[in-house]
Design a protein around this ligand. Structure first.
Ligand SMILES: [Zn+2]
Length: 299
């Protein structure tokens, strides 16, 4: 049984999730959310019937704050934290990760994400592609799925996939969109990763933003891939005529809002999308992809 835990990030429901799975050896956690929502996470885990200290295994899709920001607290209580080897050093020593986020978020950093403490090496378990962890009657398989982040892993358990961010963002009955923050966005890798999830043919797909996918999984993945390619091309076309990043961000925001209003999305849902996947991130990530990975000259 998978429990979807709503972390009520910044007071908004259905923006960031963590997932708790009952097993023969106790609860297994997928994603922790940021440390700023740790209190909510604790309360919700207690409501399900466990204490924080019952959690001995925590699987992290990638090290961004909204997914792994509270992992250190579980490690302090003795949990093992499973993460891709390329992300592991940042959990062991989060200083650099913190520093680059401060450049984006400035003074609101702590309010948004809470603090991040180092996790000792002996609590961190590296997982490469297609490694299997057998726990409490389950086989948890890691799927290295870069594109959103080089160190991203999705997890397959029976007919379930926990898709992290590479499987997209879909909130309520809203559209499926790709979260594209800098610095690792890589369109070709992302499409390959979507194919890896397609090949698994999961019946159930869980998104950190947010929850169980209601469409057939294949339809969801096709929509995600189409939108990813559309967003990438939209940004490339804009870059040809606009050299000011903030202007591209503004027109991107106008473009998506127009699209969403056409789809009769209400303002609250739009706000949740903006929290989970802000336009300045998407545009910055895609501009970086075109300039750094594809060598497009700009600006
Ligand atoms: Zn995320």
């Amino acid at each position: 049984m998978v429990h979807i835990i709503d972390l009520k990030f910044q007071g908004a429901t259905e923006s960031i999730a963590a997932f708790l799975m009952d097993s023969d050896i106790g609860p297994i956690l997928f994603e922790t959310g940021p440390f700023s929502t740790f209190e909510t996470l604790t309360l919700e885990i207690e409501k399900i019937g466990y204490a924080i200290t019952d959690i001995k295994h925590v699987f992290i899709s990638h090290i961004h704050f909204d997914h792994a920001g509270a992992a250190w607290k579980f490690a302090e209580h003795g949990a093992r934290i499973y993460v891709h080897p390329a992300g592991l050093p940042h959990l062991n020593n989060p200083e650099k990760l913190w520093g680059s986020a401060v450049r984006i978020y400035g003074a609101s950093m702590e309010k948004l994400w809470g603090v991040m403490e180092p996790i000792s090496q002996d609590k961190l378990v590296p997982l490469l592609h297609l490694e299997s962890i057998h726990l409490g009657g389950f086989e948890i398989k890691s799927l290295h799925t870069p594109g959103h982040a080089i160190h991203h892993i999705a997890f397959s358990v029976n007919d379930i996939v926990f898709g992290g961010d590479v499987a997209g963002v879909c909130i309520g009955s809203g559209p499926v969109v790709p979260p594209c923050p800098p610095p690792d966005i890589h369109i070709e890798d992302w499409c390959k990763s979507i194919q890896i999830i397609r090949n698994i043919q999961p019946k159930y797909l869980y998104l950190t933003h947010f929850g169980l996918v209601h469409l057939p999984v294949l339809d969801h993945l096709n929509l995600l891939e189409n939108t990813l390619l559309e967003y990438a091309d939209w940004v490339l076309q804009k870059m040809k005529t606009e050299s000011d990043l903030s202007k591209i961000i503004d027109s991107f925001q106008d473009m998506v809002e127009e699209l969403w209003l056409e789809n009769k999305m209400d303002e609250q849902v739009i706000m949740r999308y903006s929290l989970a996947n802000p336009s300045f991130m998407t545009v910055s990530g895609l501009v970086r992809y075109w300039t750094k990975i594809k060598g497009v000259e700009w600006n």
